[in-house]
Ligand binder design. Structure first.
Ligand code: HAM
Length: 430
């Protein structure tokens, strides 16, 4: 039986046009975050299981982690997120690194999820994190970067929503309703899922799965209904505390910089390590109503590695939802192939032609020589199909005159050019 051409469920193959788009998107992301002074880092795909078990949250650890034992019986996991890895790296050089530390990365991450629109098992995620700043300036910068990224793709404010909240504030409100200790992360996850859970039955089922007893589930349910369900009473409580003042100050800093954010008490983030301000960015398009960016402050994670704790804020932004966003709002460019021209050889000129081609490449041109030996018209058809803008014909006549015969495949125009002019013509199309 023939082997299947289908890849593993929930993963994507990147054919050259797909990879080109990914490179374009990542290029823009790099440009924006580097303009804010962030430097790129990377980490291994495999980590020891325990770094996720510590703080990533129940959903990731018990349901979505790809984990296994290596040949020596070590418990390993394929990274489902980058935050534990970067915290480990920073902790390992806690004393030497220059603060504030501004780091970014675009890793591929793995989560065992049910593949659906906007959600896959392998995705790429831009991670942007700032280490060593306690005040709101860091939260502000991180959210400003998220906004700048979306604007760099020519999107406008009406296309997306930035929602911010304070977990510290929510924690206090829950505490006032009797939800303390281990019940709090469960309640936060419940809050995070509140709007996705269609009705009372779904909400009850969610809590039953997440809690140890029906009694505990009932208690959390009641408290959340009190805290989140009645937004009126929540608003009143939100008005007066210090955490709520910080939240409003952040909101006005963002507004002053042209960032259109709103406070949303339902944004609480599903991961357990967030300690204070959290935020998410949603696409406003109906067909992509998922979070594109999620992040916040997590002051305790670096300290879990046995070093002095470090205030940290950051976000993760997935490529799947971003690409859907750009697609649905008509913001994806039409990208041309990387190759400028296919060189078609006429007659037995391979050696002399190779020297001329090398010279042209030396001036920056990207050239693919068709060395298949097929008929001229077949070579030409292949070149057209590949989407390159030019073909170059090289035969004994061109070689004798040190010229290149270029054909613009779109207009059909032909020109015979010396090396420098040929290079300029090819380079100018980029
Ligand atoms: P997260 O909310 O789990 O946060 O993921 C961040 C973003 O990654 C989501 O908003 C979504 O765009 C994308 N994403 C997550 N899972 C998938 C999936 N299965 N398929 C497609 N896209 C996905 C974190 O991972 C935090 N570690 C982010 C962070 C960095 N916080 C601070 N620094």
């Amino acid at each position: 039986m023939a082997l299947s051409t289908q890849g593993y469920k929930g993963t994507r193959d990147f054919y050259p046009p797909d990879k080109r788009l990914q490179k374009f998107i990542f290029g823009k992301l790099r440009e924006v975050v580097e303009s804010f002074g962030y430097q790129e880092y990377d980490a291994p795909l495999l980590e020891s299981l325990e770094i996720y078990a510590a703080k990533s949250g129940q959903e990731i650890v018990s349901e979505q982690l790809y984990s296994f034992e290596d040949k020596k019986g070590r418990q390993l996991a394929i990274r489902p997120e980058m935050t534990p890895s970067v915290s480990r790296m920073v902790a390992a050089r806690r004393q030497e690194l220059p603060y504030p530390l501004r780091w970014y990365s675009i890793p591929n991450l793995w989560r065992y999820e049910r593949p659906q629109a906007g959600r896959l098992r392998e995705h790429w995620q831009l991670n942007v994190d700032i280490f060593g700043v306690e005040g709101l300036a860091a939260d502000f910068e991180i959210i400003l970067i998220a906004d700048t990224i979306l604007k760099s793709f020519n999107s406008t404010d009406d296309m997306y929503s930035i929602k911010i909240n304070s977990r510290r504030l929510m924690a206090k409100l829950l505490e006032a309703e009797g939800i303390k200790g281990q019940q709090q992360p469960i309640a936060m996850r419940y809050l995070d899922n509140y709007k996705k859970l269609a009705g009372e039955k779904e909400r009850n089922d969610f809590l039953k799965k997440a809690t140890a007893s029906a009694e505990q589930a009932g208690k959390i349910y009641g408290a959340i209904e009190a805290v989140a369900g009645k937004s009126g009473s929540l608003q009143a409580a939100v008005q007066n505390s210090q955490d709520s003042r910080a939240l409003r100050e952040l909101l006005s800093m963002l507004k002053d910089s042209g960032v259109n954010a709103v406070i949303d008490p339902f944004v609480s983030r599903g991961l357990d390590y967030y300690t204070d301000i959290v935020f998410e960015v949603f696409d406003n398009h109906k067909e992509n109503n998922r979070s594109m960016f999620g992040g916040g402050r997590y002051d305790g994670l670096v300290g879990l590695f046995g070093v002095e704790p470090l205030p940290t804020v950051g976000f993760g932004m997935g490529d799947v939802t971003l690409q859907r966003f750009l697609d649905l709002h008509g913001l994806l460019p039409n990208l041309k192939p990387e190759t400028d021209a296919v060189v078609i050889l006429i007659g037995d000129v391979f050696k002399a032609a190779s020297e001329m081609v090398a010279e042209l490449r030396g001036l920056g041109a990207r050239l693919a020589v068709d060395s298949s030996g097929r008929k001229l018209d077949v070579q030409l058809r292949s070149a057209v199909k590949s989407g390159v803008p030019f073909v170059i014909f090289l035969g004994s006549e061109e070689i004798a005159g040190s010229n290149f015969k270029l054909r613009n495949l779109k207009s059909g125009e032909e020109m015979v050019l010396a090396t420098r002019q040929a290079a300029d013509t090819l380079n100018s199309r980029r």
